[in-house]
Design a protein around this ligand. Structure first.
Ligand SMILES: Nc1ncnc2c1ncn2[C@@H]1O[C@H](COP(=O)(O)OP(=O)(O)OP(=O)(O)O)[C@@H](O)[C@H]1O
Ligand SMILES: [Mg+2]
Length: 329
């Protein structure tokens, strides 16, 4: 049996906008086991990055985590002080950021940025750290690691910076890797190579991975389970095969329904009519109701709860229609 590596429980993250607080992540709970890849999907603005930054404790200043726990092997990361959390970051949990250009230090050569983390977490000499940095750059497909090590981020292309970020995250072989759109800016060959590398690390080290992506092909290929978010909430969770074969939430159905065939080259989430609600003017009941073709009166009045819908407790769904059908069955 694989152990629970990460348990996110009732996480709520808010941002201050003008003078009031808006909730970007609302009562989110999920687990990742050792060696498991959990996919996190949903349209732009649904709270995927805020969830991952909350886990890493790397949120912007105008934010607060107002509820919940983030347990990494039972330790609540939300209770750690800054010094403790710095030791955990990199070694135990590392993140590949969605915006590599903004996440690398522009004034520091790549070598210093990578070796700093390696030296902080390992008892290495400078030469050993250099060698590890060289090896890890090579493993993410950087053709001239020595030259890249000597460069500043602005001397590298966006794709190169993204690979440097990935190399940094992998350099200390963390137990949990959070990958926020790790391969979006990369061309297909490099993307395949990076995903393969992530899979290798997972297999070798039993790393748990939170994979945030818009690419349903990546989800189908890489993930064991999937969590679907909408408007800061989880609306559905299922093992990957079941999600694609038999999704229960109308939102998930919208996301995957019009993908003709996985692997056929369709890369992005297909569009659903309407748009994601603004955080400061959320509809009263189900947040998806204004866009849902099945919406009933109750959907506009009362927010549905996230219910477990199977015997094994592996599937969850937040939908009145499903609740009604289950009651009638
Ligand atoms: N620093 C911030 N201040 C105020 N609001 C923020 C801040 N960061 C994020 N938000 C808001 O939180 C919500 C969730 O944003 P988040 O970045 O998590 O979306 P996402 O699911 O990662 O989207 P994408 O797929 O585009 O990356 C959005 O409404 C966004 O505007
Ligand atoms: Mg994001």
């Amino acid at each position: 049996m694989s152990e629970k590596l990460l348990e996110v429980k009732n996480l709520r993250t808010e941002f201050k906008r003008d003078k009031s607080w808006v909730t970007a992540v609302n009562n989110v709970s999920f687990d990742i086991n050792e060696g498991e890849i959990l996919g996190l999907v949903g349209e732009s603005g649904c709270g995927k990055s805020v969830t991952s930054l909350s886990i890493m404790r790397l949120l912007a200043r105008n934010s607060k985590i107002s509820n919940g726990q983030v347990l990494l092997k039972g330790k609540n990361l939300l209770e750690k002080d800054n010094k403790e959390i710095r030791k955990i970051r990199g070694r135990e949990v590392a993140m590949i950021f969605q915006e590599p250009m903004n996440s690398l230090n522009p004034c520091m050569r790549v070598e210093k940025q990578i070796t700093e983390a390696i030296l902080l977490h390992n008892n290495f000499s400078k030469e050993q750290a250099h060698q590890r940095a060289f090896d890890v750059l090579k493993s993410v497909g950087i053709p001239e690691p020595e030259m890249t090590l000597k460069s500043f981020p602005h001397q590298l292309s966006g794709g190169m910076c993204q690979r440097v970020m990935i190399a940094m995250a992998m350099s200390c072989e963390p137990e949990l890797l959070i990958a926020d759109e790790p391969t979006t800016a990369l061309d297909v060959t490099i993307q395949a190579q990076i995903l393969e590398l992530m899979e290798e690390i997972r297999a070798k080290k039993n790393t748990g991975i939170l994979m945030i992506t818009h690419d349903l092909g990546v989800v189908a290929e890489m993930c064991n389970r999937v969590v679907v978010m909408y408007a800061g909430r989880i609306v559905e969770e299922a093992p990957v095969k079941e999600l694609f074969a038999d999704s229960k939430h109308p939102y998930t159905q919208g996301l995957i329904g019009s993908v003709p065939k996985l692997g056929s080259g369709v890369k992005s989430l297909p569009s659903i009519p309407g748009s994601v609600p603004d955080l400061s003017v959320m509809p009263k009941g189900c947040k998806f109701a204004p866009r849902c073709k099945y919406a009933m009166d109750i959907c506009r009045e009362q927010e549905p709860e996230l219910h477990t819908i199977d015997k094994d407790g592996r599937r969850r769904c937040r939908c009145h229609l499903l609740d009604q059908n289950r009651k009638e069955a």
